[in-house]
Ligand binder design. Structure first.
Ligand code: NAD
Length: 434
């Protein structure tokens, strides 16, 4: 393995991604039409506020220089500082980052935390770089962003192919470029940090935990017993592996997993803990795991089970793949796994969807808790974090459920309406400067 952060051993299976920001706009327009969002506020929310592109040089281990392109898109900060993850992936571009930033605004609006929406990333193929090169890429990207990020202004966090180690390098670089007297009040420049460097207990599992809390709510609403239920997971990184492990605690049975290397299936059940420890000695990927049969992508998408938890990338459930789906519930751990065509097909098939902007909001909720702990020089125990996360995400689930009933609409549109209503109220209170 070339570096310790590596998750992608092979070239990723191509995902259809050109339209990801178009997806956001279609979803937004549908909700804005239905709720009759104020026409002036609609103009504001349909645009991102700032789009920062930085090209920066990094010295490689052999002494040559490579140029990288990084992005930070800030969609909206009327509810609080911009907040959103950083992704390292070859498919990162301005269109994708725009979409991800916009979803972050809606997410914070739905779960009622005082954050806006942003997202960022660097376009790179992770396994090409050593750990020392990744550290220099991260530090130089942080330096290039300069005052476009800040603990009270725009706060990054982990996303695809970034983790607590990368957050620690961002923290260290940011603090090192501040005057010494400011450093100790800036530890909330990033969330998802290692615990010893100011991270929160429970942040690592937060997104997967939030996914499982929303599945529990769905099960209660539908009088569905999770014990013995079957589920399968796409993506076995932070979100997918945690969701898989936490579902297992309910006595549900994991029957298939897909990651960038391929898909494995075992109708008798896969042990997520055992699979995770296998991946740790297998370049971070699942293919090669001896207790599952290798299957192709189409067979994976066709699996008959109770619950599917997509936790990888965007545009996985589309006009092509939605007809294959054979489940009762899709709980969207990933951002944007279903495109608008896929959504329509799922609705016609009667598949329930807990939409990404609700389902995976556990990450940003516990990021908010980490940010609060840093500001107050506190550290909360895990129970406290979990109880507060449970309260926030289940309340949000209830708001989306009630809104879906009130407007007689699908849950994604209802989730948008919850977020947009909150943003609309704030704009109406505050008005537009000058
Ligand atoms: P990660 O890098 O930890 O894991 C990504 C996983 O997806 C890996 O297992 C990888 O092999 C797999 N993958 C990549 N390309 C694939 C492909 N083409 N087909 C199948 N699998 C593929 O990333 P993560 O942090 O777990 O994020 C996963 C998703 O969840 C993303 O959409 C991200 O935006 C979203 N999300 C993450 C968080 C968070 O806290 N990390 C919060 C909210 C939403």
């Amino acid at each position: 393995m070339k570096n310790q952060i590596q998750k992608t051993a092979k070239k990723p299976r191509e995902t259809q991604k050109t339209s990801v920001y178009d997806n956001v706009i279609k979803q937004f327009n549908k909700a804005a039409d239905l709720m009759e969002l104020d026409i002036e506020i609609r103009k504001i929310l349909a645009k991102t506020t700032n789009e920062i592109t930085v090209n920066f040089p990094v010295k490689m281990d052999d002494g040559h220089i490579e140029m990288f392109t990084g992005y930070r898109v800030q969609h909206n900060n009327i509810l609080g500082p911009y907040k959103g993850g950083l992704r390292y992936h070859p498919a990162v571009d301005i269109n994708e980052v725009r979409a991800l930033a916009t979803w972050m605004t809606w997410k914070s609006g739905i779960v009622k935390i005082p954050f806006g929406g942003s997202k960022g990333g660097v376009q790179l193929q992770l396994d090409k770089y050593s750990i020392t090169e990744l550290e220099r890429i991260t530090r130089r990207f942080t330096f290039a962003l300069g005052d476009n990020i800040g603990p009270e202004y725009d706060i990054p966090a982990p996303d695809v192919n970034t983790n607590s180690q990368i957050m620690a390098w961002i923290l260290d670089t940011y603090l090192s470029t501040r005057p010494p007297c400011e450093r100790n009040r800036c530890t909330h420049i990033v969330t998802g940090k290692p615990i010893e460097s100011g991270g929160s207990l429970g942040r690592d599992k937060a997104t997967g935990q939030g996914v499982v809390f929303t599945i529990e709510e769905w099960a209660k609403d539908n009088n569905f017993n999770l014990k013995g239920a079957t589920y399968f997971v796409q993506g076995f990184g932070n979100v997918g592996s945690w969701a898989a492990r936490l579902m297992k605690l309910h006595g549900s049975e994991l029957i298939a997993v897909e990651d960038v290397s391929g898909a494995i299936f075992n109708p008798e059940g896969l042990d997520p803990e055992d699979l995770l420890s296998f991946t740790r000695s297998n370049n971070g990927v699942i293919v090669g795991y001896p207790k599952g049969e290798l299957i192709d992508h189409e067979t994976f998408m066709k699996i008959r089970a109770d619950i599917f938890i997509p936790s990888a990338l965007e545009n996985q459930i589309t006009a092509t793949t939605a007809p294959l789906i054979n489940v009762k519930l899709i709980a969207e751990g990933a951002n944007g796994p279903t495109d608008p065509d896929g959504d329509m097909i799922l609705q016609s098939k009667g598949v329930d969807v807990i939409p990404d902007i609700l389902c995976n909001a556990g990450g940003v909720i516990v990021s908010y808790f980490e940010w609060l702990q840093n500001k107050r020089s506190e550290s909360w125990d895990l129970d406290e974090v979990d109880i507060k996360l449970h309260k926030k995400i289940t309340e949000a689930y209830g708001r989306v459920r009630e809104t879906a009933k009130e407007y007689n609409t699908d849950w994604r549109t209802a989730a948008y309406i919850v977020a947009l209503s909150r943003l609309e109220r704030v704009y109406k209170d505050r008005g537009i400067f000058p």
